[in-house]
Ligand binder design. Structure first.
Ligand code: ZN
Length: 586
């Protein structure tokens, strides 16, 4: 017997009902004659199937054969198509949706973070020092203690090396902040990296300093590389374990496709791509992955040979893995360090600084250099993904895409402006005209404390338009969402779905973040499914539950349209199916 669903043998009996006899009775035929080459292998019955397809938005059953969806319809009709080999699952009213696509995630880094020193999100100074002390005690003197996150507003003090020194006099310490764009190091780390008052700020980076000009312990953007280059890179085994752990966790949240938004930061792009290829070759990447190679990093220092690596990047594509994307960092984050590039000056000030970068942030590349690079990658058929948080960076990214379109015409890939935290009203309608997608990060606004920093830095009224989903959709823009995990503590898309609808903290809150940019539940679900597929050029086969589509779908424990919106973050995925294969079951 040919089995397309080996995993289904392990399904709990509570949800699996093999209804061969029932199927035969309904169709009025004997078992032998019902066996048909066109019969489904899998039939999910008694469900609320939200198809994201306008012809039939809701159905009660779905039939799958191999890796495709055969039919969506009434239970009675589909049951009649079953053969003796069809597995029939009674979902008892649970909901079925297309698999979710996370268009911006850092799975390898997230997995590695779990291996490092873990500081609780939103920790104050005392908590952070206590948790750091536990990590330091577990490691031999002289070895690096790396981890995070820390958050400027949650700490309650200005982070300085001298605060960490009593806890770690003999270990170099390297702690990444919530945004991933700033680090806090101790004096042992500064000494090992050879940083002194005479060290100048690298291009695109800032070394925070004391009154005498001596590095005070916080490094931003490209300046982080001055210290991170001293840290021994993770082993191949550590990288593989990190990626595998994250893939499994993402499946448990129903993420059937994802985009690795920036390889190269952990062990160099080539080694990280080799990890993807090794796992793909071993058949250990169950979900669909797009991988972006970092060309222009936030740290500014390009990897040696990166252009050659990008030119042969398809060498690292494999089963379910496509390496066809280049990541370009245009700015930092619009938080306490003011590193995102803004068209108008920040509302807040960075203590001790009055330079132009502290007022409007930093654009990490010259526009001409950027235009030429995007046109070149576009001509190669590669998608470009920008990191662009400030409205000046978003505009620079759109300008570069427009330049590429003028030079190359449409070459078949939609490029995306990632984060799009602030978008100038004049730029809202440009994406549609030039074939650009806006990728936004709804998970970032809560429960992550980074939004307090952003509110303070940007001020009213700009903060009311933060992550302008409503305005972008109203302008007909292509919009997708990304978690940016592990910048956020959880990769669970249902946290984001709720916040897209409520613009409040999980479970509802008196305070809100950009309330006028709220969208409907249907729109939120479309962003994760049909819009994401369209961005990837895969709308003919992914993102909807309709005949002919690939069988990437999830079963969730409750009907998201039947519960209060403030409970959406509690929706649990009970089954994840990719290519017709059950790859996760709760
Ligand atoms: Zn990111």
């Amino acid at each position: 017997m040919r089995s397309y669903l080996p995993g289904f043998d392990f399904l709990s009996r509570a949800i699996l009902v093999v209804a061969l006899a029932g199927a035969a009775l309904l169709s009025g035929q004997c078992l032998a004659s019902t066996a048909s080459p066109d019969a489904p292998n899998l039939l999910l019955l008694n469900a609320r199937v939200y198809t994201m397809n306008e012809n039939r938005p809701v159905a009660e059953a779905i039939a799958i054969r191999g890796n495709r969806i055969l039919a969506v319809g009434s239970g009675e009709t589909l049951r009649a198509t079953a053969s003796s080999e069809t597995r029939v699952v009674d979902l008892d009213g649970k909901a079925v949706l297309p698999g979710f696509q996370d268009q911006h995630v850092h799975p390898m880094g997230a997995g590695l973070e779990k291996q490092g020193c873990q500081i609780e999100q939103g920790a104050n100074l005392a908590t952070l020092l206590r948790q750091l002390g536990v990590c330091v005690a577990q490691q031999p003197a002289g070895s690096w203690v790396t981890g995070g996150p820390w958050d400027a507003s949650a700490l309650g003090v200005v982070p300085e090396a001298s605060l960490l020194d009593p806890i770690a006099p003999d270990h170099p310490v390297y702690l990444i902040d919530t945004s991933g764009h700033s680090v806090w190091v101790n004096s042992a780390a500064l000494a090992q990296a050879g940083l002194s008052a005479s060290t100048i700020n690298p291009r695109g980076g800032i070394i925070e300093r004391d009154a005498e000009g001596y590095p005070s312990g916080v490094l931003r953007e490209s300046a982080t590389a001055l210290v991170s280059k001293e840290i021994p890179p993770p082993s191949t085994e550590e990288l593989e374990d990190a990626l595998s752990d994250s893939l499994e966790l993402m499946l448990s949240f129903g993420i059937t496709s994802f985009t690795d938004a920036a390889t190269g930061y952990l062990a160099g792009a080539q080694r990280e791509l080799e990890v993807y290829r090794a796992l793909a070759d071993a058949g250990e990447i169950p979900q669909r992955a797009r991988v972006c190679v970092t060309w222009s990093p936030a740290a500014g220092v390009k990897e040696a040979g990166i252009d050659e690596l990008i030119a042969r990047s398809n060498l690292y594509s494999g089963h379910k893995v496509t390496v066809d994307c280049v990541k370009i960092f245009l700015d930092g984050v619009p938080a306490d360090g003011h590193t995102a590039a803004m068209l108008e000056p920040y509302a807040g000030v960075v203590s001790g600084r009055s330079d132009p970068a502290s007022q409007r942030g930093l654009l990490l590349l010259e526009q001409n250099e950027l235009n030429r690079a995007v046109a070149r990658f576009d001509a190669m058929g590669l998608a470009v993904k920008f990191h662009a948080a400030g409205d000046a960076a978003v505009r620079a990214g759109l300008d570069a895409i427009e330049y590429a379109r003028e030079h190359n015409g449409y070459t078949g890939k939609l490029h995306d402006v990632g984060h799009s935290t602030f978008v100038n009203p004049e730029d809202l309608s440009r994406g549609r005209a030039i074939g650009a997608t806006f990728e936004l990060s709804p998970y970032l606004w809560a429960p992550s404390p980074i939004n307090d920093d952003i509110s303070k830095a940007v001020g009213s009224p700009r903060i009311e338009r933060v992550w302008p989903f409503r305005e972008l959709l109203d302008n007909g823009a292509s919009v997708v969402v990304g978690s940016d995990w592990a910048v956020v503590p959880s990769v669970n898309p249902w946290i984001a779905v709720e916040m897209l609808v409520t613009r409040q903290r999980s479970g509802g809150s008196p305070d809100s973040f950009g309330a006028r940019q709220a969208i409907t539940l249907q729109e939120a679900l479309e962003l994760f499914t049909v819009s994401a597929a369209r961005h990837m050029g895969a709308q003919h086969k992914l993102g909807q539950l309709a005949p002919g589509m690939l069988a990437d779908l999830i079963v969730v424990d409750r009907d998201p349209f039947a519960i209060p919106v403030t409970q959406l973050h509690d929706v649990r995925v009970v089954m994840t199916i990719v290519d017709g294969q059950l790859v996760f079951e709760r």
